[in-house]
Write a protein that binds this ligand. Sequence first.
Ligand code: 5AD
Ligand code: FES
Length: 346
Amino acid sequence: MEPIEQNINTLYRKQDIPDAALKEILETDIYDDLLFSLADKVRKEHYGTDIYLRGLIEFTNYCKNNCYYCGIRRDNIRLKRYRLSEEEILSCCEEGYRLGFRTFVLQGGEDPYYTDERICGIVANIRQKFPDCAITLSIGEKPRESYQAYFDAGADRYLLRHETASDEHYAKLHPLQMSLDDRKRCLFDLKAIGYQVGSGFMVGSPYQTTENLISDLRFLQQLSPDMIGIGPYIKHKDTPFRDKENGSLELTLRLVAILRLMFPYALIPATTALGSIHPQGRERGLKAGANVVMPNLSPVGVRELYKLYENKLCTGEEAAQCRSCLEQRIISAGYKAVTSRGDVIR
Ligand code: 5AD
Ligand code: FES
């Protein structure tokens, strides 16, 4: 056996290998078939062929931050901004519940309009109407007390990607006001409070090196998150990174497989960004070890406006269409769409 094949097998058996071995795997496509088949095997051992559905509600595209890569950054004055009312959010949940979703993901920019009081009100309302559902928040960096208040109101999960675990790289992707230390503080607070926590990063973001990716994997080992979301960086014309290259499908898939081998228990989505750079991106993600998909539940009228990057999928489809489109894709890849809450199995 070639040394790299041996390293892949060690990663499969021990969930870890040294940095130099990770680097070699990340930098060649020759062993992708082996990597993907082992990742698929590990996923099947832990979760069978079940793929969990999460109904995604993008409830505001206002954001006070100015990340250089993101289409809804504050300085994008060309974007029409929107906010969903509490009634609109609840009716998305009702529609989602009818379609079988038992997890609702409320995602938005960092929008000061949604004070803690408002967020808690919305969460408590969803919790009361849908006691059998998981409520996931993805609304950025907040003080610990705020996270605690949302949790007490009934939120169970929180998604906050660390984006990159290198301080130097972080500074190239974000304005000075933002820091990796703050991001980490948030993630560890969320864990301490008792949330199921999701983190992750973009693949092929501008200035990213293989060493940065290895730091991302090492940081995730420290954090031990329940969910890990990754997707290729995709450029957006109204950002400072408009001329930067997109991340690649292949490298993203390779990282999905590596994540599955390192974190066998993790819930790993085949992300919309993955589907947006390749027509079969999400199916390929599932086959490389992903086990979650997040159909869009946002009202069709606002979907076009929640554009973090160009060519984003599902902006025209009704929730029901998105649901059945994804179910077909899951079946065609050889898996089964399940509608349970889909909590992490540690
Ligand atoms: N390309 C790909 N992913 C992006 N995100 C933000 N902007 C982009 C982009 N241009 C990702 C970030 C963020 C998540 C919600 O979307 O990782 O955490
Ligand atoms: Fe939304 Fe296919 S997943 S239309």
